[in-house]
Design a protein around this ligand. Structure first.
Ligand code: SF4
Length: 64
């Protein structure tokens, strides 16, 4: 079973930490700013680190 990274936009506060840590996976968009997952299967190690640093724990793995 594969997993992909998703962001709970209810919880995301648009701080930009995830984009700073994993620019190939995460971006920001909108007003107010919210995280956009550009590459849901990209760089799991980097995603794990971004998860640990997200202030609202909005980044989660989702099983396919
Ligand atoms: S680190 Fe968390 S709260 Fe900050 S932009 Fe990324 S998903 Fe949103």
């Amino acid at each position: 079973m594969r997993q992909k990274v998703v962001v709970d936009l209810e919880d995301c506060i648009g701080c930009g930490t995830c984009r700073s840590l994993c620019p190939k996976v995460f971006a920001l968009r909108g007003d107010p700013r919210k995280c956009l997952v550009k590459d849901p299967s990209g760089d799991p190690e980097c995603v794990e680190f971004a998860m640990s640093m997200c202030p609202t724990e909005a980044i989660i793995w989702q099983k396919d």
